[in-house]
Design a protein around this ligand. Structure first.
Ligand SMILES: [Zn+2]
Length: 97
């Protein structure tokens, strides 16, 4: 089965990095994408959106709209795909007003 969303995401924050893998099968949870799991971990670590807004999210492949929305809702504005920074609002939500 081909992944339509990155299987791994790494968030660089405050000099440390947090990596999560997609866990849909393991958790029997179709929303357990790598980026969503990373956002859940930030929440579990009690890092508020104001504390993470300048962090960078590094992914191996592109991300799906659900993951983009999770980042945007946590006020993370930028994802790095193949060493290229992508502004989430501009790339994923350009047609939504
Ligand atoms: Zn996703």
């Amino acid at each position: 089965m081909e992944h339509i969303c990155t299987p791994k995401a790494t968030i660089a924050i405050h000099g440390k990095s947090i990596s999560q893998r997609q866990q849909c099968l393991e958790n029997d949870d179709p929303t357990a994408h790598a980026v969503v799991e990373s956002v859940r971990l930030l929440k579990k670590l009690r890092l508020r959106p104001q504390q993470v807004k300048d962090c960078r999210v590094y992914v191996e492949q592109g991300i799906c709209p659900m993951c983009a929305a999770a980042l945007r809702n946590y006020h993370i504005e930028c994802v790095v795909i193949h060493q290229q920074e992508v502004e989430i609002s501009r790339f994923y939500f350009q047609n939504i007003k």
